[in-house]
Design a protein. Structure first.
Length: 242
């Protein structure tokens, strides 16, 4: 039922959001402070005392992470209820497939056009243009994920999984090529090595958030109805072996 899926999504979101908030507090915030100090030093400026204490910042990060996880989990639960019949593959893998599509739609494809920017760097594009590009990239990402699923299901009916997976990857590859046409760039900010480290930390953090959300959701599904998930898994193995 929709309400059950929503509950699982919110529960999984609380777990994923709390973990993500802890990552922000323990890893990302200290790195941001270091990047900002490096940016000031690189620009020959003097940094003053922080206006907000580290403890307050950490608490806000954890709280914000939990809130973001709850909202994300609620949307994930509703989306899984609506889209689960159309998702290919084994029943146990479907939460992870939906999480991968969610990451690509919300972050992955938009970041191909507008990568995360380190603190202190200035965007080459104005805010309105960036928002328009980001929203458009999210729509492109959603369309690409939909085409990937359709391509996989169509090709898998007659070909092997490897061929079907290759066909499914084609729309995502086109997104990467299309992103090259988007003018972007930054000016100023910290040294390149620190900016790159910050960017990858943001990317890895979001991947971890979606993966943990999917894992927690799958676990809650198994706890709620272990026999159903086991039967679905056995059916998928029988189908694959036939």
């Amino acid at each position: 039922m929709l309400l059950d899926s929503l509950r699982r999504g919110v529960g999984a979101g609380a777990i994923a959001g709390g973990t993500y908030g802890a990552l922000l507090a323990l890893v990302v915030n200290p790195l941001v402070s270091h990047v900002e100090r490096a940016g000031h030093d690189h620009g020959h400026a003097h940094a003053g005392e922080p206006a907000v204490s580290a403890a307050t910042t950490a608490a806000a990060s954890v709280g914000g992470g939990v809130l973001w996880g709850l909202l994300l989990g609620a949307g994930f639960g509703v989306a899984f209820y609506l889209l689960e019949p159309a998702l290919p593959g084994a029943d146990a893998a479907k939460p992870y497939l939906l999480a991968a599509a969610g990451f690509l739609t919300v972050s992955g494809v938009p970041w191909l056009a507008l990568p995360p920017v380190a603190p202190g760097a200035e965007h080459a594009l104005d805010t309105g243009t960036r928002l328009a590009i980001y929203a458009g990239a999210m729509l492109v990402g959603a369309a690409a994920c939909t085409l990937s699923v359709l391509a996989y299901r169509r090709v898998r009916a007659d070909r092997s999984r490897v061929v079907a997976a290759t066909a499914a990857a084609a729309p995502l590859a086109l997104c990467a090529l299309a992103s090259l046409a988007v003018p972007s760039g930054t000016a100023g900010g910290p040294p390149a090595a620190l900016a790159t480290a910050f960017r990858w930390l943001v990317v890895v953090g979001q991947i971890g958030l979606w993966a943990l959300l999917a894992g927690a959701f799958a676990h809650l599904r198994r706890r709620a109805d272990p026999d159903a998930t086991l039967d679905a898994f056995e059916d998928s193995r029988t189908t694959a072996g036939s």
